[in-house]
Design a protein around this ligand. Sequence first.
Ligand code: F3S
Length: 412
Amino acid sequence: MKVTINVDDCIGCGICVKISPKGYEINDQMKAQVLDMNAPGIKEGADDCPVGAILVEGEAMPAAQAPAQAEEILVKPDLSEYKGVMVFAEQRGGDLMKVTLELLGRGRGLADELGVPLSVALLGHGVDGLAPTLIAGGADKVYVIDDPRLKDYNTSSYAKAMIELIRAEKPEIVLYGATHNGRDLAPRIAKRLDTGLTADCTELSIETETRMLLQTRPAFGGNIMATIMCPDNRPQMSTVRPGIMKVLEPDQNRKGETIIFDAKLTDADVLTRIIEIIKERKVVANLEDAKIIVSGGRGVGGADGFKTIQALADILNAEVGGSRVAVEKGWISKDHQVGQTGKSVRPNLYIACGISGSIQHRAGMQNSECIVAINKDPSAQIFTVADIGLVGDLFDVIPALIEELKAAGIGQ
Ligand code: F3S
């Protein structure tokens, strides 16, 4: 067995030393170092490192075995032990985040294709009342981990609880929302479980022959879509962009099981204490929940041009979106940005005005129910995903459209 400390990651918390005082010590630089790789508790110390700074390769070797045999006894995970699809349920203050239902929607499809159950990991304190919603949303089983230490999101305690659950239940796939919390949590779990993680997926499917998860995401600045697999380790883990996957129609008759899971948390698993949560008062564009979005791109020509976009949005009671170019040029603020590096949206109607339709923009809006594109350039990529294409100058088309809408009594 080889034990290595990543000193760049180690925060000198000393948990490893507490667990294995003969295995680890803290040096003058306040970093952990290995004293004896075969000391009792060496692996448990690595497992409990809150930042995953300790890498353990292989299993402990019986004293009689020669070092040359070490490679042969490296244990590969038995992939056949892993079954089922699991979704990490994100809740804040007892309110379920919409992305959880989106993940359940896609997770249900994956689980049905594999013929395995779909479970949810619901962490928090006093949140078991959310279980019926999760079952109605597609789950077969809800694992509730209830602990006061999980009341608010906390990296170390959430990671520990999820790791305990995954080790016990062995799901083959685990899905997280690519939210602030999901992006913080999933990489730590992947590191501690020594498995892979594909971040920011926009598509998930199953390869029929191998039953492996195909995880698709934009790559190289959004110029290609890359499909990534995790063939040698389990679980296969992905974070998924909010707003991409479809929520299932809630089925109140769906039967499911609620299981209480004890993650054996202790106070040592909580490294930060939340004293107070102060909500920032900020009016931000609510693109993810909008039914109609009118978006502007390079063709809008400047901040002034967005007044025309806003005029159409006002009449349709819509939100205003923008392409990456429009945001980078400072014509509209970042919270309006649609696309791979902005928000993923799926409104009933998306009107793209003066947007060329790069792959990174399309990745964030192509799941909209109806797409209308207005662009001077008939070869613009946006027309490849549009249901209705209008070739023309947006400054001619939009005022004419507004007139027509007014004449039809819309927005009056
Ligand atoms: Fe460092 Fe992790 Fe030990 S942070 S001190 S290696 S528990």
